[in-house]
Design a protein around this ligand. Structure first.
Ligand code: TRP
Length: 337
């Protein structure tokens, strides 16, 4: 039996290179060896986008196309939509009793996202989404969860929930482990966290011209004014990108930058070329699936069905463990009076 993986994304818009190095790339490899479930977390999108739900469907489509275009394969893995699996919601209800409010309030990622959201007050659903994320993971009884480092607090929360549940009701859930991708976090073009709202990201759907334009505007080593000045690759944003997308030339670039032999303009040109070559097959694959919406639809319908079957099995185990199966009351022989 293959070990089981669950991971996924909120449908917040097109995915960027940070998503790629942080998780997508890893998923493509993992699906060869593991039974992978990939979730589009549409309920989680509501936490900070409640007034933009008219875009949800379009964003879900974008996520599915991003997945397919990088080589995530619905023949090998299970793609599904969170809100289409009612067992996730049911499991969230049980799990919500196992977590204190104070514990949720300590989650640094939730705090950060709330701050960034600009919302006046945090909703019950927002503060509690790590509980629902635990249900995403445990509804298929996953063992491994590949995520970026920002999601580590949620995996820790999931592990606590699994342990607490098992401690009270008996062993039902595995205690899943996080798996981190090869680059912890790719900075945005401005050196800040790469994100959809910050306008500092290169998207998988960006055209070659767009990529060149964006790379050109990126911030490099601020102490470097002339091309012949000695550079500091360790604090240069663009050098981070060379590390992620230009493995072969990165040490040469580092050397030349330190000696002031390569200027930022040339260095950026190399990088834009590299990124475009990397994106080319992804663009082709995307065009293929964009022209075949029926294939995308079938992939997710099949995935939803499989996730539901797993969810039903899990909920049966949970109800039995919690003594919520009510066999006597609901399934016993009816006695005629
Ligand atoms: N929180 C993840 C993100 O920030 C998305 C997500 C939802 C997820 N459910 C999950 C990730 C379950 C891993 C496992 O994009």
């Amino acid at each position: 039996m293959k070990e089981r993986i669950l991971t996924g994304d909120r449908p917040t818009g097109p995915m960027h290179l940070g998503h790629y190095v942080g998780s997508l790339e890893n998923r493509v490899k993992l699906q060869e060896e593991y039974d992978c479930f990939f979730i589009v977390a549409d309920y989680q999108f509501l936490t900070d986008h409640l007034r933009e739900t008219e875009y949800t469907e379009e964003f879900i489509k974008l996520v599915l196309l991003d997945w397919l275009s990088v080589g995530m394969d619905p023949e090998k893995s299970t793609f599904f939509i969170q809100s289409r699996i009612p067992e996730i919601t049911e499991l969230t209800m049980f799990f919500s009793m196992l977590v204190s409010l104070a514990r949720l309030q300590r989650n640094p990622t939730v705090k950060e996202e709330f701050r960034a959201s600009g919302l006046g007050a945090i909703s019950y659903g927002f503060i509690g989404y790590p509980v629902s994320q635990a249900a995403d993971i445990l509804v298929v009884r996953a063992n491994l969860v590949p995520v970026g480092d920002d999601n580590l607090p949620h995996i820790e929360q999931t592990r606590e929930i699994a342990r607490t549940f098992n401690g009270i009701f008996g062993e039902v859930f595995p205690v899943p482990e996080a798996l981190i991708g090869r680059v912890d976090r790719l900075p945005g073009l401005d050196g800040q966290k790469m994100g959809n709202s910050a306008g500092n990201a290169i998207y998988l759907i960006d055209s070659p011209e767009k990529v060149r334009e964006k790379v050109n505007t990126a911030i490099t080593d601020p102490a470097r004014i002339r091309a012949s000045d000695k550079g500091h690759p360790d604090i240069c944003n663009i050098y981070h990108y060379h590390c992620a997308f230009n493995e072969e030339e990165k040490s040469e670039i580092e050397k030349q930058c330190r000696q002031g032999k390569i200027g930022c303009v040339a260095c950026k040109e190399y990088l834009a070329g590299k990124i475009n070559r990397f994106l080319e097959p992804i663009r082709e694959k995307r065009a293929y699936f964009e022209a075949r919406p029926q294939m995308v639809r079938e992939a997710v319908l099949r995935g939803n069905e499989r996730a539901r079957r797993e969810g039903e099995k899990t909920l049966e185990l949970v109800r039995e463990a919690v003594h919520f199966d009510y066999r006597n009351l609901l399934e016993g022989e009816t006695i005629a009076v």
